[in-house]
Write a protein that binds this ligand. Sequence first.
Ligand code: UDP
Ligand code: MG
Length: 318
Amino acid sequence: MTVPILAIVIPCYNEEDCIDRTTKRLIEVLNELEKNNDISEKSFIFFVNDGSQDKSWELIEKYNKETNGKVKGIKFSRNFGNQKAILAGLLESYKYDADCFITLDADLQQDENKIKEFVDKYKKGTQIVCGIRNDRKTDGFFKKFTALTFYKFMNLLGVHIKINHSDYRLISREIVSVLQTFPETNLFLRGIFNELGFKKDYVYFDVKERFAGHTKFTPFSLFTLAINGITSFSIIPLRFVTVIGFLMSFISIIIGIHSYIMKLIGNCEAPGWPTLAVTIGIIGGVQILCIGIIGEYIGQLFQEVKARPRYIVEKELG
Ligand code: UDP
Ligand code: MG
C-alpha cells in the first residue's frame, strides 16, 4: 500500500481561542506521522469556518499562508451547524486527493494522539473507524442523561448506534464518494455511517476538558440534532401514533358498551366529573403529541422537498 494522504477536517464556530493551539498541535502530529512514513507529506488540515463572528477565519487565512497550503479551509456564508460543517469538510476536501479523512473538533477535546491508531486501522483495510468516548466525565449531568436516553431510544427504534459514539472518526476516500450520493438536507452523520455497511472498527479515546472557549451546543441545538436523528432514521414513532389511535378507539368502544349494558340493567350512576375531565385531558394530550410527531415528519419532508443547498461556501483556501 502506498503511503496515504490524510485530511484532518475540523468544523469551527467561533473558535478564535482554540485555532492557534489546535493548528500547532495537529501540525506536530502530522509531522511526526509523516516522518515515520505513516502518512504522506501531502497530508493536510482542512478547516470549515461555520459562520463564525469572531476572528476564526482570519486565523485560518494566516495559517494557510504560513504553511503554504498545509492548512486549507472554506468559509460558509453563515452558520449552518456542526453536522453540515463536517459534511462540507469531507466533500470539499475530496478534491485535494486525500485517501482518508479524520473529523475532529476544533477544541481538541478528542485525544489527537489516537490519530495514529485510526490510520493504522485504515491501513489494515478498515473503511470506517469510529471514535468511541471512554466516558462522559467532561459532560454535565443533563448532557450525560439526555445523551444516554437518546442512544437507548434510538436502539429501541432499531437504529443501533454504539453508546458514546462521537464525530471523531476516520473514513476512506471510497466512503466519501458514497456520501456524495446522499442528497438529504437533514443529516445525522452518526446514523448514516452506521448504516453504510463496509468494514468498520472502533478506537476508544479519553475526552479532555475544553482548553479555551465554551461549548457551541445549546440544549435546543442538541434537541434538534436528536429529533433529526430520530426522524431521519426511523418511522417507528409514526407507527406508535397509529397504535395509540387504535388503542384509544378500542378502549372508547369498550367503555361505550359497558355504559350501555349498565343502562340496560338499570345500574346507571352519574359519572363523576373528575374522571371525565382527566379522560378528556389525557386524550387531548395524546392527540397533540401525535400531531406533533406527524408534524416533525412533515417538517422533514418540507425541508427535503425544497432541496435547498445544504451549505453555501463563500470563500475557499487551497
Ligand atoms: N461547531 C460548528 N458549528 C456549530 C456548532 C459547533 O462547526 O454550529 C463546531 C465547534 O466549533 C467544534 C465542534 O463543532 O469544533 C464541536 O463543538 P463543541 O466543542 O462546542 O461541542 P461539545 O464538545 O461541547 O459537544
Ligand atoms: Mg468540544
